[in-house]
Unconditional design. Structure first.
Length: 106
């Protein structure tokens, strides 16, 4: 797989994550700062490390399932692995400027 193709898939993954919203907050999970790492390998595997706004989030399973389903639709993606991590803990400072503006933090 050529570097251009890898970059395109990575950009598609980010665009997809920007269309998935935390059910309790009207901002996408990427701009909320919930996605800590995205690793795409040329064999089609995507490993996503992410957190939640709260460790006991009742919507965690639904959110992970949605990410798996949506990212798996991207051409070039064969396997999606989502890992929930809680270190470092999520903080509102991890949000993008756009998200902070949307939620009235700026």
């Amino acid at each position: 797989m050529e570097p251009k193709e890898i970059l395109r898939v990575e950009q598609d993954i980010i665009a997809t994550l920007k269309n998935i919203y935390d059910p309790e907050i009207p901002v996408n999970i990427y701009d909320l700062g919930l996605v800590y790492d995205i690793d795409y390998t040329p064999d089609g595997t995507v490993n996503i490390q992410m957190t939640l706004t709260a460790p006991n989030c009742p919507m965690a399973d639904m959110l992970v399932e949605d990410i798996n389903m949506q990212v798996a639709k991207i051409p070039g993606v064969k396997t999606v692995n989502v890992s929930l991590v809680f270190d470092p803990p999520w903080d509102k400072e991890m949000m993008s400027e756009e998200a902070k503006l949307e939620l009235g933090f700026l």
